[in-house]
Design a binder for this molecule. Structure first.
Ligand code: GDP
Length: 195
């Protein structure tokens, strides 16, 4: 699956622009700055693949990546930008809702949580939306190289506690550091087994 190079396919701003739902799809969601681009780059062994989604103007797009014979990897816009204008936030929320409830080939959402911060209110809102959309989600802790062993145990407890009230939550967390490469193989294996 990840043997062939993963390429950027397209950025989508409306459901009508989605590529055909002809293969397995997984998506990545997380607060802005959670380390989503870094994770997608690490996962795909590409240095700048997910950079496009961080450049101004593209931040509201749903970005599709794929490889021959592989699944779609979908980069959802980062959320939690308080300074975004209300109509922009509304448009993005509507697209997100339509995507999560309407994409028939979507097998799993990976929700990225910064290991230093745990599950915040804005994350919890996305988790509830995933519940309502009946999309199984799995939490990926990011930047774990930035915290101690003790802090790791503490954040794992906090996240597990937060997941208890979410029926769509996959019970297993994936602990990662894009910087150190920790957990990237685990995530790759999970995606491969969804095929
Ligand atoms: P995005 O906004 O979610 O796409 O976040 P980025 O991937 O751009 O990362 C945000 C910041 O966190 C950047 O300065 C990255 O270098 C840093 N970062 C991302 N992943 C890691 C990680 O695993 N470890 C450390 N130490 N820093 C990271």
């Amino acid at each position: 699956l990840f043997a062939a190079p993963v390429d950027f396919l397209k950025g989508v701003v409306a459901m009508s622009g989605m590529p055909p739902a002809d293969r397995v799809e997984v998506c990545f969601a997380g607060r802005s700055n959670v380390g989503k681009s870094s994770l997608i780059n690490a996962l795909t062994n590409r240095k700048n693949l997910a950079r496009a989604s961080n450049t101004p103007g593209r931040t509201q797009e749903i970005n599709f990546f794929t490889t021959t014979g592989g699944p779609y990897l979908v980069d959802l816009p980062g959320y939690g930008f308080a300074e975004a204008p209300v109509p922009v936030v509304k448009k993005w929320q509507d697209l997100l809702k339509a995507y999560l409830s309407g994409r028939v080939n979507l097998r799993r959402a990976f929700v990225l949580i910064d290991a230093r911060h745990g599950v915040k209110k804005v994350d919890d809102e996305i988790l509830s939306l995933l519940d309502r959309s009946a999309v199984t989600f799995q939490v990926v802790l990011t930047k774990v190289d930035k915290i101690s062993r003790a802090e790791r145990e503490a954040v794992l407890e906090q996240v597990k506690g937060a997941l208890a009230k979410h029926p769509a939550a996959h019970p297993e967390l994936i602990v990662t550091s894009s910087e150190k490469g920790e957990g990237i193989d685990v995530l790759r294996t999970v995606i491969t087994t969804l095929e």
